[in-house]
Design a binder for this molecule. Structure first.
Ligand code: DP6
Length: 392
């Protein structure tokens, strides 16, 4: 019997992946570009045990058993990794042995917090460790077939998923642009507005967009290629102004396409739109772009901000979206933020811009930072008890 336990990160797209040109192979209509978040705050953790004596492949997700056979994506990932294992020459574990897989997320599943990306990246990475398969372009094509955005979670720092042009998808791969050390003070605040399961899953939503929106094709052909080049340059130069503007514009365009879909996919809610207004007002008051929002297929905001500006931004958030739980660890989660100096003159000015304070509309905030790719945990954390990792 052999076991591995690995963790994999969440990634948040700055240039969104939206729309497929091949449903089963998960080939996108456009390139996308993301930043990987630290696994200290958000991660998927997966333990895989392989044994000659197991009769079936089995999987538990957050403690509940799920059927691998009923999920074509899971089946495909398992099959593809085993094919790679046979091709690369596995060491201790035979790909013919059945596996038991237990995966947990330490954040809400399917709330627009990229849980499928971390989950599939962790599954594929753990299987690769089990069979001693190196991290390669080809491995990213396997994670991609679990969930498109998962291929980007196989690397840390900033990552580009190249759409590719080949019909078999072998050139639709993720590649790291720069590692996390390139921009170490890049932080993120996730403003959780709602952590319930989203109404229209991304997969269905993007299918409808490709079939009904004309804008999506203009985006894929004209807008994204140009934006990717500009954003790559901004990242290379650590130019937060350009980085922030492109990020916000791309989030807005993605939601414009969601609205152009027929019937429309509505992912942002009133609080999300208030956050957008707030960020623009905040940047105006600060005299430069200091915070940038992006929204995935859900109402929660992800704000990019440099480490040195975090306390001031949280102070301003507290002015506009006051929360009774400010001093509780339930409200401010993740990396510590000093709340002592939150009352700032700048955040007082936010009120003057006419934004009405909205009490308790942000449920909690996760403070995290740019992070590295997946990693294997020590041997001692690799036992399964009833399908669950021993040390969760
Ligand atoms: C809005 O990767 O979840 O988060 O490939 O169908 O599993 P499938 O979709 P998924 O879509 C992510 C969409 C997005 C944008 C992004 O992460 O690039």
């Amino acid at each position: 019997m052999f076991s591995v336990t690995c963790v994999a990160p969440v990634n948040i797209a700055l240039i969104k992946y939206w729309g497929k040109r091949h449903e089963d192979l998960i080939l996108p209509v456009n390139d996308s570009l993301s930043m990987t978040l630290s696994t200290n705050e958000l991660c998927a953790k997966t333990t895989i045990t392989a044994s000659k004596s197991f009769e079936d492949n089995r999987m538990w997700l957050n403690g509940e058993e799920v059927s691998i056979e009923e999920s074509s994506r899971l089946t495909r990932c398992l099959k593809e990794v085993r094919r790679l294992a046979l091709a690369t020459g596995f060491q201790k574990v035979s790909p013919s042995w059945k596996v038991h897989i237990a995966s947990v997320n330490n954040f809400p599943t399917a709330a627009g917090l990229a849980s499928s990306a971390a989950g599939y990246a962790c599954l594929v990475y753990s299987l690769a460790r089990l069979y001693d398969i190196p991290l390669s372009d080809e491995l990213t094509t396997v994670a991609r077939q679990g969930s498109g955005s998962a291929c980007r979670s196989l690397f840390g720092g900033f990552v580009q998923w190249h759409r590719g042009v080949l019909e078999d998808g072998t050139d639709s791969v993720a590649k790291q642009i720069v590692p996390s050390q390139h921009w170490p003070n890049m932080h993120v605040l996730i403003l959780v507005v709602n952590d319930q399961r989203k109404k229209t899953a991304s997969t269905k939503g993007m299918q409808n967009s490709v079939n009904t929106s004309k804008l999506i094709h203009h985006r894929a052909d004209k807008v994204v290629p140009e934006r990717i080049n500009q954003l790559r340059e901004a990242i290379q130069n650590r130019d937060f102004q350009t980085f922030g503007e492109i990020t916000m514009r791309d989030s807005n365009q993605f939601h414009a396409i969601a609205m152009d879909t027929y019937p429309p996919c509505v992912y942002m809610n009133d609080v999300s739109h208030e956050i957008v207004s707030f960020v623009h007002s905040y940047n105006e008051i600060m005299g430069s772009l200091q915070a940038a929002y992006t929204f995935d297929a859900g109402p929660n905001a992800c704000l990019y901000v440099l480490a040195e500006h975090v306390p001031q931004l949280v102070g301003a958030i507290q002015k506009v979206f006051p929360n009774d739980l400010l001093d509780s660890t339930e409200y401010l989660r993740g990396l510590p933020i000093s709340t002592e100096n939150l009352e700032t003159s700048q955040s007082n000015k936010i009120k003057l811009l006419g934004i009405e304070p909205k009490k308790n509309s942000i449920k909690y905030i996760i403070h995290t930072e740019i992070g590295q790719g997946p990693s294997r945990l020590g041997e001692d954390s690799s036992l399964l008890i009833n399908g669950l990792p021993l040390n969760q």
